[in-house]
Write a protein that binds this ligand. Structure first.
Ligand SMILES: Nc1ncnc2c1ncn2[C@@H]1O[C@H](COP(=O)(O)OP(=O)(O)OP(=O)(O)O)[C@@H](O)[C@H]1O
Ligand SMILES: [Mg+2]
Length: 216
């Protein structure tokens, strides 16, 4: 996923990616955190922002307990730099957690994300943004319009196709750069078998034989 996102913008590097989904609990936070870690591990300065002020989850995935974060920054004139956290064992990853929220803070992110990105983009290779689900809330659409690209996480067999196409149509109407749909929780039963277990074992055996033949 990291590679396909970067390859799709080989000529003008993408500076910010928002991860969203149609409904709750489809894997936005999991995908955003893993994408940010994968990008940081390739020696790229990466900032991960938890913009899901309704149900923040980045800090839980990374095992940190932030005292403050984005919500406080939205209240205090966007001073977000003093709320950044570094993550042990992932040297190039910096996190702006959501932090303790206050009533109405979710309404402030839509209009302010563009200011935070404008200040942060020159300092990072990529900014990954975790967000609330698209259906039923207005701020994810505003946020989507402020970022370089959006990926929509969907669970095959669970995410409603009609709702997904409605969300994709709304994003396209706003001329949002939809990078693609990420299929989460894919198993042999939900794919055409291209990446199923049998195939990957055959693929692995083939490369092991090649390596042995070359003495690697
Ligand atoms: N590919 C996966 N395999 C197994 N479990 C997964 C996978 N993706 C997500 N999960 C689990 O599903 C649950 C929901 O995932 P996650 O928190 O990433 O979703 P979310 O879309 O961010 O949810 P929310 O709408 O509450 O923010 C978590 O317990 C997570 O660990
Ligand atoms: Mg989440």
């Amino acid at each position: 996923m990291r590679t396909s996102i970067l390859l799709s913008h080989a000529h003008s590097p993408l500076k910010s990616v928002m991860v969203t989904s149609v409904l709750p609990s489809e894997g936005k936070t999991t995908v955003a955190v893993q994408l940010a870690i994968a990008h940081a591990q390739q020696n790229n300065k990466t900032l991960l922002i938890d913009c899901d002020l309704r149900r923040p989850g980045v800090h839980l995935k990374l095992g940190v307990t932030p005292k403050s974060g984005l919500a406080a920054a939205l209240r205090n004139g966007l001073s977000w730099r003093d709320k950044l956290l570094r993550i042990k064992n992932v040297p190039n990853l910096t996190v702006l957690p959501a932090g303790p929220s206050f009533q109405g803070c979710d309404a402030l992110i839509g209009g302010n994300l563009k200011h935070i990105l404008a200040a942060a983009e020159p300092e990072y290779d990529l900014i990954v943004i975790d967000s609330p689900p698209m259906l039923g809330f207005s701020e994810p659409l505003q946020m989507a319009a402020a970022v370089g690209g959006v990926v929509v996480v969907a669970v095959p067999g669970a995410t409603d196709r009609h709702a997904t196409s409605q969300v994709l149509a709304s994003l396209r109407r706003l001329r949002v750069n939809v990078l693609g749909l990420v299929l989460n929780e894919v198993s042999a039963a939900t794919t055409d078998g291209y990446y199923d277990d049998r195939y990957s074992r055959r693929f692995y055996r083939y490369y092991r034989q090649e390596h042995k033949a070359r003495g690697v």
